[in-house]
Design a protein around this ligand. Structure first.
Ligand code: MN
Length: 315
């Protein structure tokens, strides 16, 4: 993790630099969480994956791993990937489609090559921190191939979570959240209506754009605090942006590895269940190896003769 620069500000837009990480076979730019910005609404994790060249046999190559207390939202802008999970789901996702997996008390999944797609893979993986009512609940998975689209002056907008300008995604997520893709249709300016009770973040996946005078390029997260009722985006003709919004989290969440929780004790329990394979996360039908990781940093290091867990990054 690189040290964050002091945030640059322009008309109350705060620009933060993503940091690079490796997830499975891919380098990612992690826009969330950051030390200075842990979340935007309930969005608590944002990885820009790729662009990368993948083959029929090698893609994300992320073996089975567990999640708790979150929803994963996968959105591709190029290529295809294969999702498998412990609910028995086996789903190819293509650019412009949505996968939402709900972890609740526990789920496991793998993200694999499709067996048929070769080419560029690029997208964003997001996590939504589940609220107290839902985070101990049942796991779920849904795939949505048809999402509402809007034409704004300079952009085609796809609403994958929540509602914007009357277009509402059918995805099963909590209220008070927004996730959209903006794809430039030639160079120009688009004005979006905002909710003053939402905070917003914009992640540039391709091309360049300007948000109230602040320059956006891949690797940047632009944060807009509460209290705005519109946003003016000036897009270059190759720009693809992700706009995230939501009501700020009511309480801070505690994240470690692939778990979103509220305490170390909850993380310890989830970690122990994954290591013991005690049924909380069930199994994923995948040829890839189950992912292991070292115990949480607050626990004693394992003795050298019992070490058997390789370290791996969040997936
Ligand atoms: Mn995952």
């Amino acid at each position: 993790m690189t040290t964050s620069e002091p945030p640059a500000t322009s008309d109350s837009v705060e620009l933060l630099a993503s940091h690079e990480a490796r997830v499975g076979a891919l380098l990612v730019r992690r826009a969330l969480p950051q030390r200075r910005r842990r979340s935007v609404g309930a969005w608590c994790f944002a990885d820009h994956m790729g662009p990368a060249d993948v083959t029929e046999e090698h893609g994300l190559d992320i073996g089975p791993h567990p999640h708790t207390g979150l929803q994963t939202v996968t959105w591709l802008i190029d290529g295809q990937a294969l999702h498998r999970d412990s609910l028995g789901s086996e789903q190819v996702i293509e650019a412009g489609e949505l996968n939402v997996m709900t972890a609740g008390f526990g789920v496991a999944h793998a993200e694999e090559a499709t067996g048929h797609y070769r080419g560029v893979l690029q997208g964003i993986q997001l996590w939504i921190a589940q609220d107290e009512e839902r985070r101990h609940g049942a796991a779920d998975f849904e795939h949505l191939a048809d999402l509402p689209r809007l034409d704004l002056d300079a952009a085609q907008v796809t609403v994958f979570v929540g509602e914007l300008h009357g277009a509402r995604s059918p995805a099963r997520t909590a209220e008070g959240l927004l996730g959209v893709e903006l794809r430039a249709r030639g160079r120009g300016t688009s004005v979006l209506s905002l909710r003053p009770d939402f905070e917003y973040g914009v992640v540039a996946l391709t091309g360049r754009a300007r948000l109230n005078g602040a320059d956006l390029a891949p690797g940047a997260l632009a944060y807009c605090p509460l209290g705005r009722d519109e946003m003016s985006l000036d897009l270059d003709d190759d720009a693809t942006l992700i706009l995230l919004g939501g009501t700020p989290l009511a309480e801070p969440v505690f994240m470690w590895w692939n778990f979103v929780a509220r305490s170390r004790a909850e993380i310890d329990a989830a970690y122990d269940s994954w290591v013991a394979d005690d049924g909380r996360f069930q199994s994923v039908s995948s040829a890839l190896a189950r992912i292991a990781t070292a115990p949480p940093y607050w626990r004693a290091r394992p003795r050298a003769d019992s070490a058997g867990h390789s370290s791996s990054s969040t997936a």
